[in-house]
Design a protein around this ligand. Structure first.
Ligand code: NBP
Length: 478
């Protein structure tokens, strides 16, 4: 009888195929399967020589090829296909077998699937995998959620395939139920904010500093050796430096200015709204992609809606440094917000998330990998119950140092009519967060006026209502 495979992957598109090759490269015997059999055949033809693969034509053959407890990674399109695969696998599995959904599933689906699988004696894990095609093949950041005992059954394999930074694999058991997919969702949301901030910096360098793409590419290359050092800053330099072979122009200049999205940013923003956590950086980034999609409307509006008088070019040296500082400060805010959201979700769901560990596993393999994450890891190591990253001395000082530049950039962009939703909303969040007494007293007064929603007083316990439309007297309501 042929040797059984230790693990299986079903779904051999970009992510599944590369993850399977990564696993096989660690000497792990692996079964592979795809709904369309031709893809399995092609996979074995192309990569069969790389490791101990068993190509399975049917789901039954695939399941039969696995040692027990069976460990099955599902890497198919998120949504209904995942339910379809689980439905197909379930009658073929035994008690204690493990289904691992490693796609970008929405965490409430993961919670539901965990319960449905448990009812059939199957252990279900929702696992976030980041890093795209290259990460999947060479070492992704992995965010496994679900039953901790089930995780122990795959831990060795996951640790062997994950990216490694300073000797630490970028994988840790995140928490039960939907915790892994939740953290992956917020990771993607932060990625949206990071990318939007970079795009705003590029816009300012283009339209306010008057620089062309290759010059801006060089600036990003320089920025990548400082506080901003990260994968996204690095590839921004490369994208801006690329010349279009057809026209000889910078490639970015011929790319249509409409951003796509697959929904994880929207999920993150919606979840933050539900939790009541301010998440301006990520949410503005989602809205900005929405605005970018309105290309025809923007074209009409560009000749109809008035903007400011064109201004002379600002002093470039100062402006470039100001933009770098504004980018860094806004990035700190976006991460502070994303981590505050994970903290709130952890409390709400009883996940007991180790936020320092999240920063640690995002240092390699994933799209938001950055030097900066070491600072976040250190912050949570020192203050595990931290309310907000901005309150840690390193970040408090970093933003204090950057704030004058940040304010100048927001003023300049506003004066010159350049849209910077993420820069400016991050600054407003910062100012709002550091304000001891904000204007919500008036909001409460208005709510009490039109809806008798009551208010609290600064000088007395209890809830109060003023009879605004009657005699104007105040009554205590509890
Ligand atoms: P896709 O998301 O493009 O999905 C294609 C795979 O799903 C194929 O294997 C396809 O089989 C299979 N599939 C579909 Br579609 N419907 C199915 C069904 N009803 N039953 C069984 N299989 C079905 O693949 P991907 O880009 O490799 O991504 C896989 C997962 O990883 C997704 O959740 C994605 O969001 C996530 N992810 C992707 C990236 C990335 O960079 N691409 C990064 C991180 C995470 P077929 O060949 O028979 O059509």
């Amino acid at each position: 009888m042929a040797e059984k495979s230790r693990i299986g992957v079903t779904g051999l598109a970009v992510m599944g195929a590369n993850l399977a090759r990564n696993i096989a490269s660690r000497g792990v015997p692996i079964a592979v399967h795809n709904r369309t059999t031709a893809k399995t055949t092609q996979f074995i033809e192309d990569y069969g020589h790389e490791g101990a693969f068993t190509g399975a034509e049917s789901t039954a053959d695939f399941v039969a090829a696995l040692e027990k407890p069976r460990r099955i990674i599902v890497m198919v399109k998120a949504g209904k296909p995942v339910d379809g695969v689980i439905e197909e696998l379930t009658p073929l599995l035994d008690e204690g077998d493990i289904i691992i959904d490693a796609g970008n599933s929405h965490f409430p689906d993961t919670v539901r699937r965990t319960a449905e699988c448990a009812a059939n004696g199957i252990r279900f894990m929702g696992v976030g995998v980041s890093g795209g095609e290259e990460g999947a093949l060479l070492g992704p950041s992995i965010m496994p959620g679900g039953d901790p005992e089930a995780y122990e059954e795959v831990r060795e394999i996951f640790e062997s395939i994950a990216a490694v930074v300073d000797g630490t694999p970028c994988v840790v058991h995140v928490g039960p139920g939907g915790a892994g997919h939740y953290v992956k969702m917020v990771h993607n949301g932060i990625e949206y904010a990071d990318i939007q901030l970079i795009a705003e910096a590029y816009d300012l360098l283009t339209h306010v500093a008057g620089l062309d793409a290759p010059a801006i590419g060089k600036i990003f290359e320089e920025w990548n050796s400082g506080d901003l050092e990260s994968f996204l800053i690095e590839i921004t330099g490369k994208v801006l430096a690329k010349t279009d072979e057809k026209t000889g122009r910078p490639l970015v200049d011929v790319i249509v200015d409409q951003a796509g999205q697959k929904g994880t940013g929207t999920w993150t923003a919606i979840d933050a709204l539900g939790l009541g956590i301010p998440l301006t950086g990520i949410t503005e980034a989602v809205f900005a992609r929405g605005l970018s999609a309105l290309r025809d409307e923007r074209k009409k509006a560009s000749t109809t809606l008035a903007g400011p008088q064109p201004a002379g070019k600002a002093d470039r040296t100062d402006l470039v440094e100001d933009i770098r500082q504004a980018l860094y400060a806004s990035k700190v805010v976006a991460y502070a917000q994303g981590f505050a959201q994970m903290r709130a979700a952890s409390i709400e769901n009883g996940w007991d998330l180790d936020l320092g560990a999240m920063a640690t596993i995002w240092r390699g393999g994933c799209i938001i990998r950055a030097q900066f994450l070491n600072r976040i890891r250190d912050a949570y190591a020192e203050h595990p119950d931290l309310d907000n990253l901005l309150m840690v001395p390193y970040f408090t000082e970093a933003v204090a140092t950057a704030q004058d530049a940040w304010r100048r950039v927001v003023v300049t962009a506003t004066e010159q009519g350049v849209a910077i939703p993420a820069f400016s909303s991050s600054l407003s969040y910062y100012d709002g967060y550091r304000t001891e007494r904000g204007p919500a007293n008036l909001i409460q007064g208005l709510r009490d006026f039109f809806g008798a929603h009551t208010y609290k007083r600064t000088d007395e316990e209890g809830s109060f209502h003023t009879r605004w439309a009657q005699d104007g007297t105040e009554v205590k309501t509890d």
